[in-house]
Design a binder for this molecule. Structure first.
Ligand code: TEU
Length: 574
């Protein structure tokens, strides 16, 4: 890894401008041929990310788990699932990442455990009224025989958010809350015992040397007292997305006390250790509460991810983000893809895309326009990488990977698919397919045996990393035919110019369909994205990088639709 990134390890407040790459361990690299990615696989492949000029990686869960929700159902927070390796493998991966100048964030899943967790098993065994039951949200049912759920809450994955236990003698028992799968019982965060367990979990990993945590469902831990009924507005039919107003299970004010507590613990291990919130909270001014000075350092910006392919919508997402985060002294983050959403190379090829979580499958009509989707994805990524703040990337997007839209029902794994028997809800497997490394190797190099826990599409050889060689000379970047070289060059310029620390100034006069701004930092650049349907005239200035080739020959000098360009900002006249 470059010296610059190694130096980055000493930098304070590194997250303010970091490029952070999400590794989904199941699908990155499999070392032992069982078709499931693992920690030794990640360690072996990590150096191959060198040309992305990353500052950190975030690892999705690799803890002991029955894998009912791909590891977001944790049965032991302080051990590695044998599927992924051992704690020694984790230590070796952490050491390798640090050697390469990469910080490591791991996933913390505090809203719920797995129903296989000892805490939950003990609570079930101990029975109603026991101390153990106070660690989770057990309640008696409503109705004469208690056979109606305690309230009307719906699971994010579909169906009731309550499940009824059956006593050993076969009689019906209490209900427990699960905002996600039935195998993911929600913890009760009013319990001091629960709070203490998580303090210890944080310390366990911090002592091992992790640089921070991405906090799963960071808007859900605290539920409104009394667990009152709640009916989401009709538009929010999945209950999964942010809902405005007072939702009794999302964004309750009590969560902040927990994050203040964690902030103190995490930073006591060093001021460069961080927390990043996965909080689906709307509006941004409310999300900013998660990143107040004594809470988390970052929060994912789902408003940006969810923006339509429309200059006014994206512009307002950027304006509102910068304003909201700045107001509390935090930095904005930017993200376009992760393991829960349709990959943006496909999402942007559908107008409108299906709601988050629905996914795309063999029977979805229409299918994304792959060419248009990738073109827009490259344009929006290039815009994103010039924005001030932290940027999150999801493994495979640097290869231009689309969503896999053809996974047969028989191969699907996402629990949300199984909880929504209604046709058309495919869930999130399409963005989780193991990524291609070498075009001609078994499983495209993902696994030595050719096995893959989700089937890989037949046409993915062209996306393989080894089919996207890095240009040798700077001028060869001009074409940017490969998505990987676009990412590589943009991330290099971002690093060299410290664009993440830059100040953004909007440029007027380009029309409503254009996003145009100047980013001033060590280097000053002009960024122009054409989201309209006709070419626009480019100002004077040297092109630095572009998502697709513009027409630069005089008298043309035009930026085609669905394209972004970075230019030197020296002579900005139209
Ligand atoms: O996701 C939380 C969440 O609310 C959504 O992203 C959710 O996955 C989506 O709305 C479903 O359609 C986090 C994790 O990122 C996700 O993978 C887990 O399944 C979920 O928590 C439960 O732990």
């Amino acid at each position: 890894m470059s010296t610059a990134s190694a130096q980055g390890l000493q930098a304070s407040e590194w997250w303010r401008s970091a490029a952070i790459y999400q590794i989904y361990p199941r699908s990155f690299a499999d070392s032992n041929g069982d078709g499931m990615g693992d920690l030794p696989g990640i360690r072996a492949r990590l150096a191959q990310l060198e040309n992305l000029y990353l500052d950190a990686i975030w690892l999705s869960p690799f803890y002991a788990s029955p894998q009912r929700d791909a590891g977001y159902d944790v049965s032991d927070y302080c051990s590695v699932d044998p599927l992924f390796g051992t704690l020694d493998d984790f230590d070796a991966l952490l050491a390798e990442a640090h050697r390469l100048g990469l910080r490591v964030l791991i996933d913390l899943v505090p809203n719920h455990t797995s129903s296989d967790h000892e805490w939950f098993k003990a609570a079930v065994a101990a029975g109603p009224g026991s101390e153990e039951r106070t660690h989770f949200l057990f309640r008696d049912g409503r109705g004469a025989n208690g056979d109606e759920p305690p309230n009307n809450w719906q699971s994010v994955f579909g169906g009731s958010a309550w499940e009824r236990l059956t006593a050993p003698d076969g009689s019906p028992e209490q209900w427990y809350l699960h905002l996600f799968d039935v195998s993911q019982p929600d913890l009760d965060w009013t319990s001091e015992w629960v709070r203490e367990q998580f303090r210890e979990i944080l310390r366990f990993w911090l002592r091992r040397g992790v640089d921070g945590f991405r906090v799963d469902v960071a808007h859900g831990l605290v539920k409104k007292a009394g667990l009152p009924d709640y009916t989401p507005p009709p538009a929010d039919d999945t209950a999964s997305m942010t809902a405005p107003g007072d939702v009794p299970y999302w964004g309750q004010p009590g969560v902040h006390e927990i994050y203040r507590d964690w902030h103190a613990i995490v930073t006591s291990f060093g001021v460069d250790r961080i927390l990043c919130a996965e909080a689906w909270v709307d509006p941004l001014s409310k999300l900013a509460d998660w990143v107040r000075p004594d809470e988390m350092q970052q929060a994912f910006n789902f408003r940006f991810l969810g923006a339509a392919w429309s200059a006014p919508d994206i512009r307002s997402a950027i304006v509102d983000s910068l304003e909201a985060f700045e107001a509390v002294g935090a930095v904005a983050t930017w993200v376009l893809s992760n393991h829960d959403v349709i990959r943006h190379a496909s999402r942007l090829g559908l107008n409108p895309p299906p709601p988050q979580g629905t996914g795309i499958g063999p029977k979805t009509i229409p299918k994304p326009d792959a060419v248009l989707g990738l073109r827009r994805a490259r344009a929006e990524t290039l815009m994103m990488l010039a924005l001030p703040g932290g940027a999150y990337l999801y493994q495979g997007e640097e290869l231009g990977l689309p969503e896999d839209t053809e996974i047969p029902d028989s191969a699907r794994q996402d629990p949300s698919f199984f909880r929504n028997p209604a046709k058309g809800h495919y869930g999130r497997d399409g963005c989780r397919v193991p990524i291609p490394w070498e075009a001609d190797a078994p499983a495209y190099g993902f696994s030595p045996s050719g096995a893959s826990w989700l089937p890989q599409p037949k046409q993915w050889a062209r996306f393989a990393r080894d089919r996207q060689p890095a240009p040798q000379e700077p001028h060869e970047f001009a074409g940017n035919t490969h998505t990987l070289s676009l990412y590589s060059r943009a991330l290099e310029l971002r690093r060299l110019g410290q664009l993440g620390l830059g100040k953004l100034t909007w440029l007027d006069g380009f029309g409503d369909d254009v996003i145009a701004f100047r980013c001033a930092s060590v280097r000053e650049i002009t960024v122009i994205s054409n989201l309209g349907t006709s070419p626009i005239r480019l100002p004077a200035g040297e092109p630095l990088i572009f998502s697709e080739r513009p027409w630069l020959d005089e008298p043309m000098r035009e930026l085609p639709p669905d394209t972004t360009i970075w230019m030197t900002a020296s002579t900005l006249t139209k």
